[in-house]
Each structure stands twice: as structure tokens, then as C-alpha cells.
Design a protein around this ligand. Sequence first.
Ligand code: MN
Length: 438
Amino acid sequence: MTHKEFLRRRQALLSYMAPASAALIFSAPIVIRSHTSTYPYRQNSDFWYFTGFNESEAVLLLIKISCDDCYSVLFNRRDSLQDQIWFGKHLGQEAALKKLLVDDALPWDLIHHEMYRFLKNITIIYHAQGQYDFADYIVSHALEQIRSRSPKNITPSITLLDWRPWVHELRLLKSQEEQMALREAGRISALAHQSAIKILRPGMYEYQLEGEIQRTFSHYGARFPAYNTIVASGKNACVLHYTHNDQKMHAGQLVLIDAGCEFKGYAGDMTRTVPVDGKFSGPQREIYNIVVEAVHLGLKLYKPGTTIDLVTKAVIRMMIKRLLQLKIIKGDLDALIAHNAVHPFFMHRLSHWIGLDVHDVGSYGHNYNRILKPGMALTIEPGLYISPSSTVPQEYHGIGVRIEDQIIITHNGNENLTSSVVKESDGIETMMMLRKIQ
Ligand SMILES: [Mn+2]
């Protein structure tokens, strides 16, 4: 992201803020994995949105004295020689001024002594209360210092408000630069699905596909997955958030792969379901083809002016019709639609926002009725999951299928970021057959 982009974002938040106010945006803490080893560091998405700065122990202050008098302050870690030996270089204060375009930078270890100075004449503090205990403590400590240092006849009145509703609205509409990052996340995620499908053979373990996906992400410049990769063979696909990934895959099963990389902080998210041995059985193909038709219907319907709710209803109607034809459900079509008879087999939502978080922030509106606009990014992911204990005909038991693409709403429709991996059942069989003779 360019400097201009970060300044534009900060300016947008400042424009919502009242005069004599300050917004505090904290970076994420390091999380301990075990004793002295830590989980890979993942920056807080909001802090990243305003800074592109990937260190812990930092806070950005945006201070608005009046409409034309605003400035920014960063508290961040010192770049000490001792730290350099153990952890490598930190950005430090001097470089932060230039690199992050802040007006002032102070060492993090002075935060309890210095923070209150910037909040002295402020009447509103915008702060994401309850997100991090350490951040709440820093804010309340600063408030207490302001109170205790005020003249005895004046009790300062400072209001705490949450900036998240504003910031999460800003994040919902993706800029051109954000769309480019999402496009690359989608492209790399699709390449990873392709290479996983290429090496898939009966007898392999689910985690071996996970490894191939991770290898491909890294190969193309995306070091981390955007979420825990799901590789679910056979009936494991009916477990929506299956991440054990430890089972052997057998001929005759389908395998559901839900994996996306993170690129510049932006998430890829896509799912494909393919036969382990490259050939769909009759019942598998019947279920699979319904889900493919559902994705294509969604891709056709998503455009500016519609809503997630409207598209979901159209997709559900279509799926119920097809399940009725297969006699998986029985009854009157209109009554089945009125009662959402597909729910026992499709129990999650069709779409979610996607951006810095895989399930991104931003209001969906009442009952998912938010009007879609160009620049909004979302997934489309219909699925059908027929558990082994289901009462439907035996031949469908244990079949779980999900297909997921990632789109951006454009001026006249949508752009599919993950279309490069084939979805049609015939196309998958051809692709998997051709890979054998390569
Ligand atoms: Mn998803």
C-alpha cells in the first residue's frame, strides 16, 4: 500500500471525529504458544489498515484539535542494540516518522508516562474498549493521570467512544489498491488448489494436501494462510470447520479443500471438492452438480443494487427444486421453500464479506439486506452436506460438497477472483485424467 492510501484512510477517520478528540488504535500483542515460543505474529487488522506496520507494542494516535488542526503520534518499540541481538531490528522512532508518515514517535516503554500529555485537552477518546486488556489499562491509566493532575476545582469530563463502527464501514468498501491485493490473494489461492488437486492420489493423508497448499502459497509470495486450511475427505466434509486433516484418503471418496492465502494482509478464500480417484460416482455427481449450479446462479445474480439475502433466497429455491427432483426431500415445492427445506443439508450462509479478515468486518444490514455497491468483496459458497445419520436414501450418505469463489462487486456485476480452477464435474474429471498422463 502507498503512503497516500494510509493517509487517505486516517483522513477519513479524522473526518468523522469531533473537534478536541483523539482516536487510539493499538497493535496486536504477541501470543504465547508454549513457554518461550510464540505463535506466528499476526497484526491487528485495524492497526494494519491505518499503518501497514507489523510490530507489536505500538499504538497510533490520531488527534483532532479542530477541523484544520490534526496530527498523528506513534508509540512503538525502541530499536535497542540488545533487542537487535535477540530479535533483529525494530523500526524505532526516527525511521517511523519517515516510513509511517506520523508527526511524532515516542518509545513504547514511555507510554505510561507520556500518553496522558496528548489527551489533556481532549473531550472524546475513541478507543476499541474491551479488545485488549493491556490497551484498556493504558487508557484508564492516562485518564487517571489527567484527573489527578487537574486543578482541584476542575473535574475533567472525557467521553470514551468506540471507533470500530466507523472504521469497519470504511473497510467494507475496498479501494483500488485493496482490490489488487485481494486479486493476488485469490490468484495464489487458486494456484494452490490446482497444485493440490494435481498431486492428489488415493492413500495420501489429508495433511499432505495441506502441506502442498502451504508450499504453493509460499512459492508465490504469500507466507501465511488466511485461516486454517480444511482438507476433509469422505464424511469429514460434513463437519463444517473440520481442521484435523489427519485421515487417509481413499478411492471412491470426495475431498473438500477450503484454503486461502493471505497476501499483504488480505484474505483469499476458496473451496473446491474433487473425487480422490478423479472420478465422481453417480450419487456424488448428482449432489455436486446441484452445488455447481448454485454457484453459477450466485455469480450471475451478484451485482450492485441486489442484496445477499435476495441472492441467497434465489439459490435456496433452486437447490430445493433439484433436491425434490432427486427425491432427497419430498413435498410441495412452495411449502418446502417457505420452510427452507434445504437447511438440514445447507446450514451455513451463502456469503460473507472478505478483506483483511477472512470473515471481514462491516454491517450486513438487517437480515442481510444491505444493498451491494461496487468495491464490496464477498464470497459465494453454497454447499450440501448429507450426514451419515441422515434419513435420505442411503446412497447419498456421507457426501459433503462445498464450492466457493471470491468476488468483488463491479459497476455492472462482479469480478470472480478464483475462477481459474475448474468447477464443472466433467471438467474436473478431464483435468484429473490429463494430469495422470503428464
Ligand atoms: Mn468462506
